[in-house]
Design a protein around this ligand. Sequence first.
Ligand code: ADP
Length: 502
Amino acid sequence: MNITQKKFKRILVANRGEIAIRVIRSAKEMGIETVAVYSDADRNAPHVKLADFACHIGKSPSTDSYLQGKKIIDVALSLDVDAIHPGYGFLSENADFAKNVSEAGIVFIGPSPEAIKVMGDKLAAKAAVQAYNIPLVPGTDKAIKDINLAKKKAQEAGYPILIKASAGGGGKGMRVVEKEEDFEEQMERAVSEAQSAFGDGSVFIEKYITSPKHIELQVLGDQHGNIVHLFERECSVQRRHQKVIEEAPSKVITEEKRAQMGKDAINVAKACSYFGAGTVEFIMDENLNYYFLEMNTRLQVEHPVTEMITGIDLVKEQIKIAEGSALSFSQDEVEKRGHAIEVRVYAEDPENNFLPDTGTLNIYQRPQGLGVRVDDGYEEGIPIPIFYDPMIAKLIVHAKNRDEAIARMLRAIEEYNISGIKTTLPFCQFVLGHDSFVSGKFTTKFVEKFFAPEVLSQELSEQEYQAASVLIYEYLQKTGANETANPIQNKAGNSKWKERLR
Ligand code: ADP
């Protein structure tokens, strides 16, 4: 391959919010100028103020602004931009956009359009990785239309099964079928859902792993054929098949398993001649058997936990790779240190089925202190626009070990002061203090199994509070002050949270 080496002077960030800021920060540290783009709703957004240049690209709905590929390329051309970073979401996994950027003579900071295309289709991805003997979830390896054949395949895989949209993403277009009687109806629904959400009605069948963990591996590849993995992230705490809490490393993965999964992740990347930062997602059963789910060909929301344990700035690496540089480290040189946890702060009401909440950030005070990082895109007084993803911020902590990271996260959540909008923080606080999370044994079923809105509204009576305090005291005496993940203590914290939110 003919690789052009070119140091960038100016890049455009085709995104908004926290990820636009995240990219701008790394670019600045590399001495690269930045161009922000913004919609009507984002006129006063922090990412606009932080960039060296900013260009208005349209009305508030993303279809009129952040998804306007041509307009964004025109802005880039008019401002003599060397490269475009797509962030995540929006145009980041749009192969046509990546191609149009390159054809305009601008570098796309990401993989090739071909890799995006193959991995953007779950079935094409499975086909591509088969040559490398990557374990796949039992099911069909082709789109399935014929209902009788589909039923037969479902029977072979064994109920419960999952009908998935080939073009699916973001947890959308998936239907669990518990028994054969329901198959036909669910299949029809899945096809029509996939058609309306993705413009492609292709669906396929996978065995539904009843209580799995979601484990994914970060990979980095350059344009010279070097690929490394940066260990795993455990992302099993989910609602609606979408992640809320992530950590690195996973408590349950052994060094042997890690090495094996790392090798497989690298092979998945090889299967599509991958370069850039990417994530290989696996689903894992209770016996630590794992199966390939998909590869995301972009920077992930949860990338900071990997940065915290490896000390590697993934955005800088993405930029260097796009400039044509070879990776400056080998697999043996990638080390992990300590433990990192991220909680996603969504403008959602956990007491009302996690429905998005709207409003203005009347009070917005971030937690601080050793090992605490907040990646966000808002400031106090800013209304949360209804047009985009409801994620306000990511709160990330890093500590020597998992117990300390949990304690640090609980402390940081306690310090985070947000009013004017309901958020997922009280839910995250509940999870972090829960035995199942502390033990590391939790699965993607955590919310279904353990969470009910009432757990957030349980106020302790004075008597219960006294009893809890005694228990905490005894517990600390027995275990030493480091072991702070005490569910009772957390309960008391929860009620304080509730007071503050009202
Ligand atoms: P998307 O691209 O929509 O995010 P994924 O294939 O990555 O879809 O799956 C998202 C989540 O759905 C997983 O993290 C897991 O919780 C659940 N899931 C996906 N496939 C299976 C399966 N075969 N069995 C059980 N759960 C699954």
